[in-house]
Write a protein that binds this ligand. Sequence first.
Ligand SMILES: [Zn+2]
Length: 505
Amino acid sequence: MSTINRDFRFNDAKSRHKRHPALSWGLFALASIVIGVVVASTSDFSSEAPDLAEQANMELTTLALPLKGQAETTGAQTRSVALPLKPKDAQHDTVKLETRTLNNEPQTRVTRESIRLPLPELQAQQAIIDDIQQQGAKQWRELKVKPGDSMARLFKRANISPQQLDELMKSGKAVKKLKRIFPGDTIRVLTDDNGVLQALSYEINHESYLLAERQDGKLVATIEQYEIEKRIAHASGAIKSSLFLAAAEAGVSENIIMELAGIFGWDIDFVLDIRKGDTFNVLYEELYRNGEKIADGEILAAEFVNNGKAYRAVRYVNPQTNQAEYYSEDGKSMRKAFLRSPVNFTRISSTFTTGRYHPILHKIRAHKGVDYAAKRGTPVRAAGDGKIIYRGKKGGYGKTVIIQHGSRYSTLYAHLNNYKRGQRVGGKVKQGQVIGFVGSSGLATGPHLHYEFRVNGVHRNPLTVRLPSAKPVPKRYKLDFETKTRPVLAQLDLLTRTQLAANSP
Ligand SMILES: [Zn+2]
């Protein structure tokens, strides 16, 4: 729907412009005469400014000041304001102004004659001029980060002294962000006539940017937040050959479809279970900055119909944990308490058996876990939320991590190449959090993860054990859950009905 709206607005503006070109240019010329200010908003336009200046025998200065928040937009055009300074003979100038329409259509020539300015207007004009002169020749510059660049190299290229960089790096914690800059990044700097740094801005992510500003002669760095507007978008699709093709047809980004697969991935195997005729409906956020879409936000609610069975999920921030999760309409968690496999594997090299010939020990031994063959260094993830109760070498298991999940469950990860740094015995881990990396430590023929799943201390086959669901919405938040999710679920209903209507003959 938002796309349609956008298109409408665009067409509307265009046609209006075409209908009254004479009127708009007439108004423009009038406005220019009265204030004597030429506002040029396109580069085509401002390139004509020197011509204007020459003929008017005026001195012009170009002032490009970014508006806070707006200037940081990538690819945004800087609005140039060309103001005539010190008009030498403002009374009798004939000014020829060459203009182009916005879409570069045939050029029109507008000739205007300036008029005598009454005193109040002159004073107002002088005030503007004074203001501009006070600002000096300040101008924001964009420094593009190239491969191998450091701040020092960047400043050198921009002719800003190393002392300025020293001062900047001492201007607050926020400048730490400048220690890791990447090729393609843009750093904007404002210097005065003497090349002294007045301000610097650097986009950290969609939502925030670093701003260092000289205040009372001292540079002060802060992290500023952009104003992000969230709009709700929706998409519907039917699968003909693949989920990705259906998503592309529905205009859904790859990110959103990956998240969708993640939400329903506990119930639907998106590799094996997908059928022709499966449908999806998704409501999600789009993030806008200054009216421009910058990214997709969160999925708010979604439905996936797989092989005739409908699955629905809605996003809800659990007030107890302050974490957003996806729940079914009746408040059950969409995810299980455990991942089926804690590693992205290439193949299962050994399954769970009660008796097996051990290739190294040359003995028949039970294999009470699953071996996942994977490249050395592949991240190993905690199968569920829990606490690390063991982290160290353990005989033939080599480097091993054991996690306790509540009172009933524990999982074991063996033959690790190394552990994830910064974790310790007794520390808590979240489901999916990396705890180590695949290797072949201990008794192993090649790199693989040996994974065990125990229920009440008894080994169970991780591939077949019935995995418990993650915790539902706590009872005391049930009402809150219903109140908060009702509107978005109603929207999903509407979307589903519309899709059904569209697909029925
Ligand atoms: Zn094994």
